[in-house]
Ligand binder design. Structure first.
Ligand code: SF4
Ligand code: SF4
Length: 67
């Protein structure tokens, strides 16, 4: 099953990846990262198709997609 990994040391919680995902897979974590941001996280992991759109839009190159 495809999945994404968010590098919480890079993610700044800008939310650009959330509307970029056509399947509403991504949301923000409810807990702070060590950097003081709410990082992106999978909230509907079963819907991920591995399309990589989220990774393309992330300005901080924080998302890795595994197929
Ligand atoms: S790989 Fe595609 S489906 Fe999966 S979280 Fe990213 S944008 Fe959404
Ligand atoms: S686009 Fe990148 S930096 Fe912005 S919330 Fe998503 S993973 Fe984090």
């Amino acid at each position: 099953m495809p999945k994404i990994d968010v590098d919480v040391t890079r993610c700044k919680g800008c939310e650009l990846c959330i509307p970029a995902c056509p399947h509403d897979v991504i949301g923000l974590s409810k807990t702070f990262s060590a950097n003081g941001y709410y990082p992106a996280t999978m909230v509907k992991s079963e819907a991920c198709t591995g399309c990589k759109l989220c990774a393309f839009v992330c300005p901080d190159v924080a998302i890795t997609v595994y197929k």
